[in-house]
Design a protein around this ligand. Structure first.
Ligand code: NAP
Length: 249
């Protein structure tokens, strides 16, 4: 049994997929969860489902790629929740294409949503966390950021950037007992990967590179994130954990 004592977590991208599973799993452990997504419908649905099953949740619709909107949302949020003990930077998008065909808009959108959003949220939520001298930050990166992936120059650069950010902030925040780690999923069955998972040829090719020969589930990521957020994980910081069926050994 993991220990969580009156803790509150903010999870970005909690409307669907991996972020939703993280919010639900933390809530099952008694953590109050603030579920962020771009659309009010999806974070609202996650928060409503958690509340309906006896958990504590709040929905917050904000575009994580918009630094001013994030700052405005955080100002109001920190009045309601002066102590947000855990931050999971999970919101992400892909806009795939080979470099010579990639537009600057696709480059900028992916960097802003996946990487720059972590800079904004961590500055805003991390400050009260370091003052409280306890905190957990988990950044959801990707095997693409660890290994690179043809067709994902923007995404793999953003995800590799998150790894650099994780290691640096782990060093900056260590004196305040705030841990910062990254989780790098492989191919997980969510809306993001539907087109590959549902295509027999594409999925057979992908699974050739996965020693466990299957796609992962959102719960595979949520279970590790929950552990990393717990009291028990207090001596782990600056690490990148691949959860990928052995892809990036
Ligand atoms: P998903 O099913 O597409 O869900 C993405 C979530 O992020 C949604 O809730 C979405 O909000 C939110 N989001 C996207 N852009 C946003 C923005 N600008 N502002 C606020 N929220 C935004 O994705 P997923 O597969 O769960 O992926 C979660 C994370 O894991 C991502 O960072 C992804 O890069 C990473 N990852 C996934 C895989 C995989 O195989 N699935 C592999 C490696 C890494 P709405 O619901 O409002 O649209």
């Amino acid at each position: 049994m993991l220990t969580f004592t009156n803790r509150t977590a903010l999870i970005t991208g909690a409307g669907r997929g991996i972020g939703k599973a993280i919010a639900e799993t933390l809530a099952k452990h008694g953590v109050t969860v603030i579920c962020v997504s771009k659309s009010a419908e999806s974070c609202g649905a996650t928060a409503a489902a958690i509340t309906a099953s006896g958990g504590k949740a709040k929905a917050l619709a904000v575009d994580v790629a918009d630094g001013a909107a994030v700052a405005q949302a955080c100002e109001a949020l920190l009045k309601e929740f002066p102590a947000i003990d855990m931050l999971v930077n999970n919101a992400g998008i892909t806009r795939d294409g080979l470099l010579f065909r990639m537009s600057e808009t696709d480059w900028n959108d992916v960097i802003a949503t996946n990487l720059t959003s972590c800079f904004h949220w961590t500055k805003l939520i991390g400050r009260p966390m370091t003052r409280a001298r306890w905190g957990r930050i988990v950044n959801i990166t990707s095997v693409s950021g660890v290994m690179g992936n043809a067709g994902q120059a923007n995404y793999s650069a953003a995800k590799a950037g998150m790894i650099g950010l994780t290691k640096t902030l782990a060093r900056e925040f260590a004196g305040r007992s705030v841990t910062v780690n990254a989780v790098a999923p492989g191919f997980i069955k969510t809306d993001m990967t539907t087109e590959f998972v549902n295509n027999p040829e594409a999925s057979a090719k992908i699974l050739e590179a996965v020693p466990l020969r299957r796609f992962g589930e959102s719960a595979d990521i949520a279970n590790l994130v929950t552990y990393l957020c717990s009291e028990e994980a207090g001596y782990i910081t600056g690490q990148v954990f691949n959860v990928d069926g052995g892809m990036a050994m």
